[in-house]
Design a protein around this ligand. Structure first.
Ligand code: ZN
Ligand code: MN
Length: 427
């Protein structure tokens, strides 16, 4: 087996913000008609000046803090120059640690089981616009459309060190990152395009390949698995792996060569002259630390110590804030945490088809229904097989356990005489 090294570059939008990073256009651009959520600032008209959104600094600092990163004493912005239709200014205002650590976060750490993933940096930058390719790009009159509604939306880029050795570890990390973002409430990872992930992967003896264009966290594991076997295949045939950028083709489930990779110097980074250096004093760091709610790690230990849950069950619950909240609501109604934890993790999630397919919002089962079900089982009114059947019905129709009990003849009979007489009768 080849030695694999994987590093990630994750972009997440600060969907919590009302306006864009440097102007007053709306942060939520998804429901506007193309090129309507724009202004001279985010379109980069000559003579306009960017005005930094204070909230964006605060919210990106929350991400930095919860990934164990250092917040810098001085925050600086840089211009990253490249010519592409999605960039109206032909440069992106971003951050770059060239004169010391001046990006919103650096040198962080995320622990997952016994792994330790180092975070190289967290930076605040503006999102480019969106390019829409014509559906049939082979056609003679193919075209490309551009929508600048997204241009200038606050984006946080998180770069890890190449600390992953398998696609599976990457999935664990991304699950945890989603849960952290969900808990601090600055990025709704369920919104289309709110999180995007690029990955670089190299095998011992080969060059680093970058995979771009992965539209969701779910696809990353697949893209990496494909890419590793492709590279391993080339290496066994003694074919050199060139350093390049590849795109993940979601339909065909393969990576395709996009272009040979730019070097960092190609971007001609230089300090953004229109935004001053921003001093972040210790008061700011203190203020940010006060904004951080209970994070998944702390919640996990609390679930284990207060509710006696197994590490396995607690881990699955805290993987999603909504699921963990659901669990806690049920337990408040009926205090049988171990039983309830098991119903949610083993049965309810099974019905939901894994954690991600159905969002908790569209769930027909309410916390009080699970509480009632657990109580019926505890009170021996129904057995486990019946309870399982009820859960399936509840999941499909939203009926309550007592409604189901009333409709069915499945309630448990404890009267031994009655059972005996019935058995006699049958024989
Ligand atoms: Zn604007
Ligand atoms: Mn970026």
């Amino acid at each position: 087996m080849n030695e694999v090294l994987i590093g990630l570059e994750i972009h997440c939008q600060l969907t919590s913000l009302e306006s864009k990073l440097f102007c007053t256009c709306l942060g939520e651009y998804r429901n506007s008609k193309p090129n309507s959520n724009i202004c001279p600032v985010c379109c980069g008209f000559p003579g306009t000046l960017p005005l930094l959104n204070k909230r964006a600094v605060e919210h990106s600092a929350m991400i930095s803090n919860s990934l164990g990163c250092k917040i810098p004493p001085k925050l600086m912005f840089y211009r990253k120059n490249y010519f592409y239709p999605d960039l109206p200014k032909n440069f992106q205002i971003t951050q770059y640690n060239v004169y010391g650590l001046t990006s919103i976060g650096s040198e962080g750490n995320v622990k997952i089981n016994d792994m330790n993933i180092r975070i190289r940096r967290v930076q605040l930058e503006e999102d480019p616009g969106r390019i829409l390719y014509s559906p049939d790009s082979t056609h003679a009159n193919n075209y490309v459309l551009v929508d600048y509604n997204r241009a200038g939306v606050s984006l946080v880029e998180i770069v890890t060190e190449p600390d992953f050795t398998s696609p599976r570890e990457v999935r664990f990390f991304l699950n945890k990152l989603s849960s952290i973002l969900e808990h601090i409430g600055v990025c709704d990872t369920f919104l289309e395009g709110a999180v995007r992930c690029d990955a670089n992967v190299s095998l011992k003896g080969g060059n680093r390949i970058e995979i771009k264009n992965v539209s969701s966290f779910k696809e990353v594991e697949k893209a990496l698995t494909y890419e590793i076997s492709r590279q391993a295949n080339l290496l066994t045939r003694n074919i050199k792996i060139a350093s390049e950028t590849r795109h993940w083709d979601e339909q065909r489930k393969i990576t395709k060569i996009a272009r040979t990779k730019e070097e960092e110097q190609d971007y001609r980074y230089f300090p953004e002259p229109d935004i001053p250096v921003i001093v972040l004093d210790s008061e700011f760091s203190f203020h940010v630390s006060k904004l951080i709610p209970e994070l998944p790690d702390q919640r996990l230990s609390r679930f284990v110590s207060d509710f006696n849950l197994s590490n396995h069950v607690a881990n699955i619950l805290i993987n999603s804030k909504k699921l963990a909240d659901f669990f806690e609501t049920v337990v408040k109604i009926y205090a049988s945490p171990i039983e309830i934890g098991n119903w949610i993790v083993n049965d309810l999630l099974g019905l939901m088809g894994g954690e991600e397919t159905i969002s908790m919002d569209s769930l027909k089962i309410q916390p009080k229904h699970i509480a009632e079900l657990a109580r019926l089982v505890d009170e021996n009114k129904i057995n486990r097989t019946t309870a399982k059947q009820f859960l399936t019905n509840m999941f499909q129709t939203g009926e309550t356990p007592s409604e189901l009990l009333g409709k069915s003849d499945l309630s448990r009979i404890d009267d031994e005489d009655l059972i005996e007489r019935t058995v006699e009768q049958v024989f």
